[in-house]
Design a protein around this ligand. Sequence first.
Ligand SMILES: [Ca+2]
Ligand SMILES: [Ca+2]
Length: 196
Amino acid sequence: MKSNKVTLLIAGLLFFATTAYSKQPPVDEAGDQALPTAVMPCPNPVHITESRKDKANPVMGDFFKPVPQLSGYNGVTANHQFWDTFTWKLPSKCCQFIKGTLTIWYTPITLGTSNTSSDAGNDKLYIYNNGTQVYWEFLYPNSPFPADGAERVKVITITPAMVTNNRLSFIVQDDTSIKGSKIDLYYCCLKGVDCN
Ligand SMILES: [Ca+2]
Ligand SMILES: [Ca+2]
């Protein structure tokens, strides 16, 4: 029964977080203008944020097998992948993910000839969830480029499918040095005995 209550609370929260308070005066057929809609604020907004630049902490079960050669932050060797996982706790069982970003800072270790070359040109960022790839994009869409050491930054929009189990796992290939990463995640949470 408790899980049913929690389900109902989460369903209510979903409605609460994604829709406006919609009691509006009736509009007659002549098209009288409706009054502005009132939006109720989230009663308990939660911001999860963490920055890293030194030590990666990948949850290995989130990624594929076999495990390739890996590097950490500030790696300098080509043909080594970078794996990392952010893990967080929420203050309540009744939380709805609203929005979020993953930001990475990086430099190419090698030059990039094209998006199909085995140098930095074909390097991608992947997001994995429980062993399944859910997203990818090229790190360097404007190949060719020299290995000039210039630092780039990329901001990826996070979807709910990327953060189930309160984890975010990502891979960066393989001729690129990761200088730092950061998550910013926003939730709306309810409090109450059924959410403990
Ligand atoms: Ca390579
Ligand atoms: Ca590559």
